[in-house]
Design a binder for this molecule. Sequence first.
Ligand SMILES: C[S@@+](CC[C@H](N)C(=O)[O-])C[C@H]1O[C@@H](n2cnc3c(N)ncnc32)[C@H](O)[C@@H]1O
Length: 460
Amino acid sequence: MKFSVVTILPELIEPALTAGVVGRAREAGVITVETVNPRDFTTDRHRTVDDNPYGGGPGMVMKAEPVLAAIAKASGEDPGSPPHRIFLSPAGAPLTQARVKQLAQLPHLVLVCGRYEGIDDRVIELAIDEEISIGDYVLSGGELGALVIIDACARYVPGVLGEATSTDEESHAAGLLEYPQYTRPPKLVATRAGAPVELEVPAILSSGNHASIAAWRRAQSLVRTAKRRPDLFAKVELTAADRKQMPPLHARTHLALVHHPCVDRTGKIVTTSLTNFDVHDLARSTATYGLAAYHIVTPITSQREKAEHIAGLWLEDERARIEAARAEATARREAGSRAPKAPNSASRASALSLVRTADSIETVIAELTAEYGRAPLVVGTSAKAESFPSAPRRSPSELFAEASLDPSPVLILLGTGWGLADPLIPSVSRVLTPIEGVAGWNHLSVRSAGAILLDRLFGR
Ligand SMILES: C[S@@+](CC[C@H](N)C(=O)[O-])C[C@H]1O[C@@H](n2cnc3c(N)ncnc32)[C@H](O)[C@@H]1O
């Protein structure tokens, strides 16, 4: 594989490529690196490569002609095999391991390094195939970025790494961070904060049981990724074995619509009354996101009966509609005409069958504890950032990552009225960050808030 680096500071490139894996690969001729200096394509006596920016502003901009000429030289003469030309830029697409793997399949990369405030944009229009950033920060030049690409790609070139499989098990190879690694001694005697400590290598790694070691490493990778990079974890496709160990989070998540203890507009503790729409609409959201159940919590017996009655009505209505559609289909078949498509109502009926009622949050917690054999992780919600001050705050992706790794069921509490009376709900051990729009006002109906939170947690 060949890398041509277009740079006005070639002395930055060479020394970084003489040692280690890349140095050996160059010596073995598996990769080649050359530099091309735009200064060699200037025509004035000062070999000028920069000029003032049009429109004013600080700094200088690299001139188009010398850079274009250097890129042309770096690209070679053969129009039949053009190289892939990359401009290193903080405004480019962030470099990922997946992109590195693809770039490593190409025979020749031209890596164009900016300096000053960057290059004349017409160079990008005329002679650049892709802009890549190595991170959300600004460097003084593209050379370090070019070196990053050379190093990361070279590791995929056959013959560069000792063991061909090394790249498969690393961080980012399959969307996960790598598990912790250890080497001898088995017990490390050291000091931490001035006190002596002994750190031992996890015993499983010396067990010789390869299947157990692989399972331990997989679990460690999942835990690390979930804790450190919930953004990556949200995209991980869990394997059947992962799922066997831990049922998917949505299937053990319960939603509770709480009518007591809530507060009214004055902050007084109240019991709110049931709303017909809340029963129906949140049941549909519960079903859409594959949750285990939807609990309507009110201490008033007649209100619980009303909720059960409303859910029952919908179920009966759905049953009646399904039966009517079936009867019509049969009649049409018998009359020889095409049967209409049956209504998609089975899912609506099943949504309403997810409704359960309870007299208090404590009752729901007790029911779930009995059902799962472990207490649920109780998650509070609020439009106000200051609610549930003692519970750690979690964004939906952070909660998803954290709760996915713990086999406990999850109970998400939605408040009614002016919200949950947080001092009276000590069981809440996590609180979701409030949903914010753009207007600074975020008082959504509980049906909208519930749907948005479920989508942020489980939506694809
Ligand atoms: C000082 S920077 C120019 C920054 C430019 N004015 C901007 O705000 O986007 C000079 C050069 O360093 C390189 N560079 C800086 N940060 C980079 C990053 N995060 N990734 C890749 N290249 C970078 C680019 O080649 C860039 O043209």
